[in-house]
Ligand binder design. Structure first.
Ligand SMILES: [Zn+2]
Length: 235
C-alpha cells in the first residue's frame, strides 16, 4: 500500500507534468477561454491528466486517505473527468474500509463497497440519473472534481446532492487553480459545513474577457478547448 500522505505540492506538480505521455503537455501556455468563460494564459489539460491510470489511482488514493475517517458511502463527480475520478476514489475508499481494523471505523462501514457515481450536464445544471437519486438518499457523500477554477461546477453538484437528500461530507479536488475556499463552495447551499481538500493549490490568474491583457495585446489567438471543433494548441 502506498504512503497515505501525498508528496509536497511542488513535487506533485512536477510529477504530474512529467506524467504527460510523450508528445503531450499537461500545462499549456497561450491564451485560453475556460469553461467559466474567463480568460487565462495557462491551461491544465485534464484530458492529459486522465490518460495515466496509475497516476489517477495514486492521486485518488491520497484523496480517499484524506476522507477515510468521514465514513463515506458514495463518491460523486461531475462528468466527464468525475466519472473516472469518482470511481478510483470509491475503489480506494472501499479498499481502505475493507482493511480497517475493527476499532478504527464504525462497524456499519466495514465490508461495505463505496459507490462511485457521476452527475451529467443538462441545461446548465449537473443532474443525477433517477436511479442515482435513489441511491443518494440519506447517504454520506464525497464530491470529487479534477480541476477547480471558480467552484461553479462543484456548487451545482452540491445542490443536486442536497436535492437527492444526500449529505455532503466533503469535497476533494486534484488542483484548485482558482484558490477557491470552502466558504465560496458553500454559498447558496443548505449544507452547514464540510471539509474541502485539494492536493494542489496553485493559482493561475484568470480574467473576465473585458479585462484580459492578452485580448488587449491581440497577439495570441484565443483557444477554447470546450468547443468540440477546437484543435489549435499553443504551447
Ligand atoms: Zn483574452
Amino acid at each position: 500500500m502506498e504512503d497515505r500522505f501525498p508528496p509536497p505540492e511542488s513535487v506533485l506538480i512536477r510529477k504530474l507534468e512529467r506524467s504527460a505521455p510523450q508528445g503531450t503537455k499537461l500545462l499549456l501556455q497561450g491564451h485560453f477561454e475556460l469553461a467559466s468563460k474567463k480568460h487565462t494564459a495557462y491551461f491544465i489539460d485534464k484530458r492529459v491528466l486522465l490518460t495515466r491510470p496509475h497516476i489517477i489511482s495514486e492521486l485518488s488514493f491520497y484523496i480517499a486517505s484524506h476522507f477515510y475517517s468521514f465514513d463515506i458511502e458514495i463518491v460523486v463527480g461531475p462528468a466527464l473527468g468525475g466519472v473516472l475520478f469518482s470511481n478510483w476514489v470509491a475503489y480506494h475508499l472501499t479498499q481502505l474500509y475493507l482493511s480497517a481494523s475493527r476499532e478504527s471505523i464504525s462497524h456499519r462501514f466495514r465490508q461495505r463497497e463505496v459507490l462511485g457515481l457521476f452527475s451529467e450536464k443538462r441545461q446548465k445544471k449537473m443532474v443525477f440519473h433517477d436511479q442515482f437519486v435513489r441511491l443518494l438518499q440519506h447517504k454520506r457523500v464525497l464530491i470529487v472534481e479534477d480541476i477547480i477554477t471558480t467552484g461553479g461546477t462543484v456548487k451545482k453538484v452540491l445542490r443536486e446532492v442536497e436535492r437527492s437528500q444526500g449529505y455532503t461530507q466533503g469535497v476533494g479536488a486534484l488542483w484548485n487553480r482558482g484558490l477557491v475556499g470552502e466558504r465560496e463552495l458553500l454559498e447558496g447551499s443548505k449544507c452547514g459545513s464540510f471539509v474541502f481538500h485539494s492536493l494542489v493549490n496553485k493559482n493561475f490568474p484568470t480574467w473576465d474577457k473585458k479585462d484580459c491583457p492578452l485580448c488587449k495585446e491581440g497577439k495570441i489567438p484565443l483557444v477554447n478547448f470546450h468547443k468540440p471543433d477546437t484543435r489549435a494548441v499553443s504551447s
